[in-house]
Design a protein around this ligand. Structure first.
Ligand code: ADP
Ligand code: MG
Length: 716
């Protein structure tokens, strides 16, 4: 009687469901995989295939190859050397092979009795005792060979392969896969959906594996085309829905008296050409009764804040309120500091002010600020998520600006829109229809640009403005890769910067899951640097775990140059602006994502001084840095252009992840790959409007099939 094995042979279900609860346990697991509707099963594609269609001669199999043979058992015994195992010898007439099983059922032992003829499938290995297969799959010989490759599905959630195969097969059979493309609209060469799915689950054995793996097979093309079309349709629908909405018209105020022109005149610099162009694009949007839905993308340091401030001024000129929301308190505080400096003197003359809202502020202060928001005295409201708190009532919000928009979820974006004028009612707002629910204009900002062509074509429901020019007078940042064992040289470099009166950032990575451990690491680094640099140098520490007031205090000290070196975890990633800082050291740079590295690097090079970024990397025990980590570091060393970085990031990570959770709150594409499928994207873009106009029923079915419950999400 074999002992219960930890990892029984693959052909047996991993966990036999308890009697009575069987179906629901499996269903629960399927649910975990997101498999609910028949179409979900049909779209659950194999991660690879096994070829069980052919029997080969052992003598023709090379060592290391997967092979399926039929052979007679010539020896079969359970031995203990030292572990209990079943050792079987089989002979197919051309050669012999030893089969070894450490875990096996009694039924298998029986199946592999001497004289039995069996079908065996596994990897054939060479060895000094002859050829071997470890834990091959065994079946009775002589049964009919399948005509197609056998799918292997990824099985998380404790589901066994046979269960998944069965469920997918029946889901695919049940799924209604009628054509949703209008006649003649399919992309050239693409298959019909049922054939495509049947093929991808059960490919003919003569298929070119490469075309399945790189997804270039026509069956794959059909899936990708359909998915991209669903994306385009749903975004176009959203855009059209928005076109039916009304927003407050924020036209230009009479020249001379406007906040906009006063702000322009008060700025300590002239706008770059790109800022002017983007400003004009926004001005045009705001002057229309349609809600603006614009993404402003620009590299770190390209000057998005002033563009936002000018948009806010337009809004205030028209007698409305503007909200600016940022994902972190530090970033919001920086915006506040800057915008108060620019705007408060000008607003004061008008009896208006800038309000500050954050979760950490004292109740009394918050109540005061909220009152100013409600009365309309706060023409501009800056803050964190606190801005969208239920307790905050805007009198006449008309423009919502969201910085680092990808860090906010859809719900939060919607909540901000819900604060619009008319929702909370301003009877004398002069908007024509008080209470009718005007939409605010929405300006989203991002410093992690996606490549422009991609952005234009992908975000069908978004207008994209791009700041593709840095303000003048910036000196390029020199980026150096330095191995961890040369850390001492970095200290020298820091000293050199300090001697010139410059300041330095030192960023520690998130190493452990636990913030406490990160804090300890960062603290040690701070102590180490304080030691090495001597008493006269102020070394500060900034960590996400610190109380907000303390963070604020440290940030202020660094801004005022009372601290010369700032050791921090990635809390400084976004937005921080201290032009006197000229050196950025990133420890364990190999652990950071590419856009994150670029963001961090963008904290320096903001003044006229020559700046540098040192990427300290630590090879692993094997003395190596992983392939993708190396590609990231190389990209950093080679270019400082955010768009080029974005392009490389796309190449390294693939758009699945690129447009996935980080960018948009949920992965958007399962099948298509925007780095290779631009032709299909063009096809989808071209077809979508026509299809919505002429075949709205098909369009609705198509979107439902491909996006299901996600469609709701995309509408936001
Ligand atoms: P980001 O796009 O990363 O948010 P910021 O808005 O923080 O960039 O701007 C970076 C720095 O450049 C700030 O110190 C800002 O005041 C300055 N700046 C913005 N526009 C200009 C300009 N046209 N000329 C000179 N400096 C500018
Ligand atoms: Mg910014």
């Amino acid at each position: 009687m074999p002992a219960a094995s930890k990892s029984p042979p693959a052909e047996k279900p991993v966990a036999a469901p308890a009697p009575g609860t069987g179906l629901s346990a499996v269903q629960r697991a399927l649910r975990k995989l997101g498999l609910l509707r028949d179409i979900d099963f049909a779209l659950y594609l194999p991660m690879r295939y096994e070829d069980e269609t052919r029997i080969v001669r052992l003598a023709d199999v090379r060592d290391g190859e997967m092979a399926q043979i039929e052979a007679v058992v010539t020896e079969s015994e359970v031995v203990f050397r030292p572990r209990r195992q079943l050792i079987v010898t089989v002979d197919d007439g051309s050669d012999t092979c030893q089969l070894r099983f450490f875990n096996f059922y009694p039924s298998q032992h029986k199946q592999l009795a001497v004289g039995a003829r069996v079908r065996v499938r596994g990897e054939v290995r060479g060895g000094f005792i002859g050829r071997q297969m470890m834990h091959p799959a065994v079946k009775a010989a002589g049964t009919q060979l399948p005509e197609a490759l056998t799918p292997v599905y990824s099985t998380i959630a404790g589901l066994a392969q046979p269960v998944l195969r069965r469920e997918v097969r029946s889901g695919l059979a049940r799924a209604v896969l009628d054509e949703t493309l209008p006649a003649g609209a399919a992309p050239p060469g693409a298959w019909d959906l049922r054939s495509a799915l049947s093929f991808l689950h059960y490919p003919a054995p003569d298929v070119s594996m490469a075309t399945l793996e790189d997804h270039s097979h026509p069956a794959w093309q059909r899936l990708k085309a359909d998915e991209l079309l669903a994306q385009q349709l749903s975004q176009l629908q959203a855009r059209r829905a928005r076109a039916a909405q009304q927003a407050p018209v924020l036209g230009a105020a009479p020249a001379g008296a406007s906040l906009h022109s006063e702000l322009l005149a008060a700025l300590p610099f002239a706008l770059t050409g790109a800022q002017q162009r983007v400003g004009d694009e926004i001005t045009r949007d705001l002057a229309r009764a349609l809600p603006m839905h614009r993404l402003l993308q620009g590299d770190v340091g390209s000057g998005k804040t002033v563009v936002a401030a000018l948009a806010a001024a337009r809004c205030i000129d028209a007698g409305h309120q503007c909200a600016l929301m940022a994902p972190t308190e530090i970033l919001a505080a920086q915006h506040f500091g800057k915008l108060v400096g620019w705007l408060d003197p000008l607003l004061a003359e008008r009896g208006l002010r800038v309000a500050w809202l954050t979760g950490s502020q004292k109740k009394k202060e918050r109540d005061q600020m909220s009152a100013a928001v409600e009365s309309g005295e706060a023409a501009l409201v800056i803050g964190t998520h606190a801005v969208i708190s239920e307790k905050v009532h805007f009198r006449r919000l008309a423009l919502a600006i969201i910085d680092e928009q990808h860090r906010f979820g859809v719900a939060q974006r919607l909540a901000l829109r819900g604060k619009a004028v008319g929702r909370n009612g301003d009877p004398e707002a002069g908007l024509g229809r008080p209470g009718a629910g005007l939409e605010p204009h929405l300006l989203m900002m991002s410093a992690t640009p996606i490549p422009r062509t991609l952005a234009m074509s992908y975000y069908a429901d978004l207008d994209v403005s791009t700041l593709d020019e840095l303000p003048p007078g910036r000196t390029p940042i020199v980026t150096k890769l330095v191995a961890e064992h040369r850390r001492d040289e970095v200290i020298d470099r820091i000293q050199a910067q300090l001697q010139q009166g410059r300041q330095v950032y030192w960023v520690c990575p998130l190493i452990e899951e636990s913030e406490a451990v990160d804090l300890r690491n960062a603290t040690e680094t701070r102590d180490e640097l304080a030691d090495a640099l001597g008493e006269q140098v102020g070394v500060g520490l900034l960590h996400s775990r610190m109380p907000t007031a303390e963070k604020q205090a440290v940030m202020e000290s660094f801004t005022a140059n009372r601290l010369q070196v700032l050791v921090s975890t990635t809390v400084i990633e976004v937005g921080v602006d201290v032009p006197n800082a000229s050196l950025m050291v990133i420890e364990h740079a190999e652990r950071f994502g590419l856009s994150q590295l670029h963001q961090l690097r963008g904290r320096v090079g903001r003044g006229a001084a020559a700046s540098a970024c040192v990427l300290l990397y630590a090879p692993n025990e094997g003395g190596r840095v992983g392939e993708t980590a190396r590609a990231r570091l190389k990209a950093m060393a080679e270019t400082a252009d955010g768009f080029e970085i974005a392009r490389r990031d796309l190449e390294i990570r693939g758009p699945g992840e690129f447009l996935g959770a980080r960018q948009s709150g949920a992965p958007l594409l399962r099948f298509a790959d925007l780095s290779t499928d631009l032709v299909l994207l063009d096809w989808a873009r071209e077809l979508a409007p026509r299809m919505l106009d002429r075949h709205p029923g098909l369009a609705a079915r198509h979107v439902d099939r491909w996006l299901g419950s996600k469609a709701e999400y995309l509408k936001a």
